[in-house]
Design a protein around this ligand. Structure first.
Ligand code: AMP
Length: 547
């Protein structure tokens, strides 16, 4: 690609490219810090220089515009460098969920047509197991903290730091079409093969702007602004850590990357680096809230957005009791992912805590530029009256245009010009979305629908319950009946029975919180609730086990 020559009077057609997100921070905060565990700290200026070296190094390996670079890595400064360098070269960043099964890893790498793999040394055994089945990979770069590379049969081309050291600090990131694909990753869903979702530069830039506006500009709680200190707790392979690494860089905030998620290291970083802003799935906040160490430390400067699954009220309260400022956001892999967030409106800011909590655990109001509607199965829009439920459908500039090379599945995703989420929701008069279930998880008993999330939310408010999941189990008479699988807090084990909890739910029903037919038939106690590869409750596994 040669340099474009402009004629007098010809305007620059500004393309929305990821490289443009670096313009402001390099002026405003070149000396701002980026931290990796307790191992490394450097500045935005250093990151910028390393992004150029990374692109030069990858180009030397043969990476060109349109090639796909697959990354197996923990959340690190190196991953952040890839978030910029790979798409800025015009290549596609494939963020690998290293928790996938070997079959899924083979399928996704061949399907994405990965050309080059960047892999943390810890994951080399994973790659070894699938190596002989990979059809397109040509080069392998190993990422290490200390240059130790274990014995492996994989032909390694170079170590990451060596590649950067040897590479030119100059790289001319050219302009290209903003609709160029920048990323791809796979969502495993529940059944069938993983589905690829992909996003363009334009989409990721607009998504970053939308996040910066929605999370920072309104007079609300938990704002994300330039003086925050950010640490992701949603892996960077999962929906680009909600795109926040790009937004954080645009804002020039201090960033802390925790590497492998180890509770002690996380707490050390939160306290030591004075982290003020994170995001995670409920499972992670549950892990922290139940850790004895969390009670001994001050978490009152920490704002956490919880998304990826419903946040039960009991868990929200437990986090707030530790001083954490929490609120919910909603989205999915297909949506880039930010769609709605439980921002409080200005007139709600002086409400009492209980009333605020009612709002903070909703999916919330739309992000900037996002349109939300409810649709019935006939494709008709439904009212936003706080009662009528329907499938949540969306329009934003950052929705995957299709499932990658999968026209069949795309027909279910995109209908009538709206992206169909597969989530059941209602929207109230204030515009707040409340997810009531996945379409596939709704419990149907005697022809009536029960929200599994409602049952989990109520169960979470019983003092003995640590975690729970509501499922429908087959029933000859009613079709399905609700059963709740629960983990009890250690001090209540053996002291609370299924019947006690059923009585608690009866009381909730008497108070009008759930219909009578929604009272679970029984509670099953387990030591642990199975989770998916991205840390969400695995209802498929539970339905299988308790059918
Ligand atoms: P994923 O593609 O793995 O990110 O999963 C997306 C799904 O997670 C959505 O379709 C919802 O079912 C669920 N989800 C995400 N955020 C929320 C939320 N705030 N409340 C309830 N469910 C959520």
């Amino acid at each position: 690609m040669g340099k474009k020559v402009y004629q007098p009077g010809e305007a620059y057609q500004y393309p929305l490219l990821i490289k443009k997100l670096l313009v402001n921070p390099m002026i405003n905060t070149p000396n701002q810090e980026i931290v990796y565990r307790d191992k490394l700290r450097y500045t935005y200026k250093d990151m910028y220089a390393r992004v150029h070296r990374l692109a030069s190094g990858l180009a030397k390996l043969g990476v060109k515009h349109g090639d796909t670079v697959c990354i197996f890595e923990f959340d690190s400064h190196r991953y952040l460098e890839c978030f910029f360098a790979v798409p800025m070269m015009g290549a596609i960043m494939h963020t690998m969920n290293w928790r996938l099964s070997p079959e899924q890893i083979i399928y996704t790498m061949n399907h994405a047509e990965d050309d080059v793999v960047l892999i943390n040394a810890e994951f080399l055994p994973l790659l070894e197991a699938v190596w002989d089945h990979l059809k397109t990979v040509k080069k392998v770069v190993v990422l290490t903290d200390d240059k130790t590379i274990p014995e492996t049969k994989i032909p390694i081309d170079i170590e990451y730091e060596d590649m950067l050291k040897d590479a030119s600090p100059e790289f001319d990131f050219q302009d290209f079409d903003e609709n160029t694909q920048a990323t791809i990753f796979y969502t495993t869903g529940t059944t069938g093969l993983p589905k690829g979702v992909y996003f363009s530069h334009r989409q990721l830039v607009l998504h970053s702007l939308s996040e910066a506006i929605t999370m920072g500009s309104y007079e609300s709680i938990g704002r994300f602004r330039s003086n925050d200190i950010y640490m992701p707790l949603t892996p960077m392979f999962h929906a680009h850590a909600w795109g926040v690494p790009w937004t954080a860089t645009l804002l020039g905030v201090k960033q802390v990357y925790p590497g492998k998620y180890e509770p002690e290291m996380l707490l050390k970083l939160i306290l030591g680096e004075k982290v003020t802003f994170s995001h995670c799935v409920p499972t992670i906040i549950h892990m922290l809230v139940t850790s004895p160490v969390a009670k001994q430390v001050d978490l009152s400067n920490w704002k956490v957005i919880i998304g990826g699954a419903a946040l039960p009220r009991g868990l929200a309260k437990a986090a707030m009791d530790l001083g954490i400022e929490i609120y919910v956001a909603y989205g999915m892999s297909e949506t880039c992912p930010a769609v709605t967030i439980a921002n409080l409106k200005q007139h709600m800011l002086d409400w009492d805590d209980e009333k605020k909590l009612d709002v903070l655990i909703k999916a919330g109001v739309p992000f900037a530029l996002c349109e939300v509607e409810l649709m019935d199965p006939m494709g008709q829009f439904l009212p936003h009256d706080g009662e009528t439920t329907g499938e949540l459908v969306l329009r934003t500039p950052a929705l995957t245009m299709s499932y990658f090379k999968d026209a069949e599945q795309t027909k279910a995703l995109w209908r009538d010009g709206w992206l169909h989420t597969g989530d059941v929701a209602f929207i109230d008069e204030e515009g707040y979305v409340q997810i009531t279930d996945r379409l596939k998880d709704v419990i149907k008993t005697g022809g009536e629908w029960i929200s599994s999330l409602d049952l989990e939310n109520l169960t979470s408010q019983h003092e003995a319950v640590s975690e729970s999941a509501a499922i429908g189990v087959p029933d000859e008479k009613w079709g399905e009946r609700p059963v709740v699988i629960a983990v009890l807090k250690p001090e209540y084990k053996g002291k609370v029975s299924s019947d006690d909890l059923v009585q608690f739910m009866k009381k909730c029903s008497d108070e009008g919180k759930i219909p009578k037919y929604g009272i679970p038939d029984r509670f099953e106690f387990v030591d642990e609730i199975p989770k998916t590869s991205v840390g969400k409750i695995n209802k498929i596994a539970l339905r299988e086990k308790f059918k």
